[in-house]
Design a protein around this ligand. Structure first.
Ligand code: SF4
Length: 235
């Protein structure tokens, strides 16, 4: 067995171990339908555990992302809980700061992430024992402290990152090996995919997350969802 196959099996075992620590019905995968999340969806579907899947629909995502969601539902026969921003908060934000506020300063960008992502996330996480994320250490300078299992003090539950030690090559090897559906934007140079107005394709040699909030400096490139584990002060 080659070393990569061994790594895949060790990761599946890592996930099984997590289910011994936490009641599977109180564990959920946070998916944005990026490559890492698709790997985790495949691994979790194979595990047969009654884990929940959820996504945050910010209202500003790419059409390709919604198509990926549809293809994932068809492939695995799973349901995603979809959490949207609070209507009143969103209307107030846009009325006061405009629809594309994120380009006019980091405070405005973080306010948008707060309303469209963080506040819905807080609703999802209340009541869960642990959430599973596709963070990897080598994704960016903000993620090199990611652990397999850590306490997420900001949200008051455990965070499980089974791919914490995977490389980008590991991710794509797994996707090819198991014919996992993926966001076709990855074939157009998008390595990390978020909301459409805040994501661009990356150029050869650029950091994986260089296309996210590209107008900001690298140490600010988190929306606040993973601030605690990443060791940065977030939204
Ligand atoms: S990524 Fe951009 S559009 Fe999406 S919530 Fe954050 S600032 Fe708003």
């Amino acid at each position: 067995m080659d070393s990569r196959q061994t790594k895949f099996e060790e990761t599946a075992a890592r996930i099984e171990d997590a289910f011994k620590l936490f009641d599977p019905s109180r564990v959920a995968l946070a998916s944005s339908f990026g490559a890492e999340d698709q790997v985790l969806t495949d691994l979790l579907a194979r595990s047969g555990q009654p884990v929940r899947f959820f996504t945050l629909d910010t209202g500003r995502q790419f059409e390709d992302t919604y198509r990926t969601m549809e293809r994932t539902i068809e492939r695995y026969g799973i349901r995603f809980q979809v959490f949207a921003p609070d209507t009143g908060e969103l209307e107030k934000l846009i009325a006061e700061r405009g629809p594309n506020l994120f380009y006019s300063g980091i405070d405005h960008r973080k306010a948008c992430c707060q309303v469209r992502k963080l506040n819905p996330l807080a609703r999802v996480l209340s009541g869960l024992a642990a959430w599973i994320c596709g963070l990897r250490r080598d994704q960016s300078v903000t993620r090199n402290g990611v652990e397999a299992i850590s306490w997420d003090a900001e949200h008051g539950l455990h965070k499980v990152c089974p791919l914490f030690d995977w490389s980008e090559d590991d991710v794509w090897s797994y996707i090819r090996l198991h014919a996992v559906p993926y966001n076709l934007l990855h074939d157009k140079g998008f390595k990390s995919i978020g909301c459409e107005p805040c994501t661009r394709a990356t150029r050869p040699g650029e950091d994986i997350r260089a296309g996210r909030w590209w107008w900001e400096s690298p140490e600010h490139k988190e929306c606040g969802l993973h601030a605690a584990a990443a060791g940065v002060s977030g939204v």
